[in-house]
Design a protein around this ligand. Sequence first.
Ligand code: AMP
Length: 282
Amino acid sequence: MQILRTPTEMQEWSLEARHLGQSVGFVPTMGALHRGHATLMRHSVQENNVSVLSIFVNPTQFNVADDFEKYPRTFETDLEIARENQISAVYAPTVETMYPPSSSVTVQPGTASHGMEGAMRPGHFEGVTTVVAKLFNSVLPHRAYFGKKDYQQLAVIRQMVVDLNFPIEIIGVDTVREADGLALSSRNVRLTQQHRDDASAISQGLFTALRMHQGGVHDSQKLKEAVNSTVSESQLAKIEYVEICHPTTLTPIVNTQDGAVICVAAWYGDVRLIDNIELPSA
Ligand code: AMP
């Protein structure tokens, strides 16, 4: 497995693979790898001749400096996990390589970025679209794999790829969960045991709403209330938002009959968790 550190090294590696007629799959991550990331890697390895994993904790997408500093970093273990999952090359540039002092161009995210995470975390999605565009231009993949766990991020990337004509197929992968339903996240390791136990209420609330939707309840307000009341059973949870949106535009909708996504953000202590569930059209 190759470890590449600069855009030029990465581009040369990828151009060589493409020249040999190989398809290049790409899994962008911030490291601290878990089974969710491994699932993305498996999809990429199955569907492409070679697969690149990037590990880069991107400072420009953290709107709170403390969150960036506390973000878990486990590079050596990550390399082992990448190897076990048959990744061909790891791209791990430094912050200085990605953002030399002279750099000033950014990518403005589109309309899907306006609500929820975009509203709560100013600058977050501009950081995401800019870093993903830079990574795409270095890795030069045919296909890129993103988790539905970060549903709005996936929608924002899909818009960017269409609007800026990136010749890359974007593939969304289902959320991987713990046995009690909690969505795997690199941030989960920072939860106290009590917070960890209570946090399973997020997915329980979402699955309750899915069952209600399947049972004929399509009123967004009623579904939101169900999620809110389940999560609020824990005194320790502080809900930031529960939104029900159109699955691609992410604009809020009042009726879920034609399909929707419910997105939640909640704090447990100083750890912010997000999760979502898709409601199929009835
Ligand atoms: P991150 O390292 O947290 O930026 O995540 C890298 C990629 O892994 C993103 O596309 C995430 O959506 C995806 N991901 C994170 N957690 C999960 C999960 N529990 N299931 C599936 N994909 C995930």
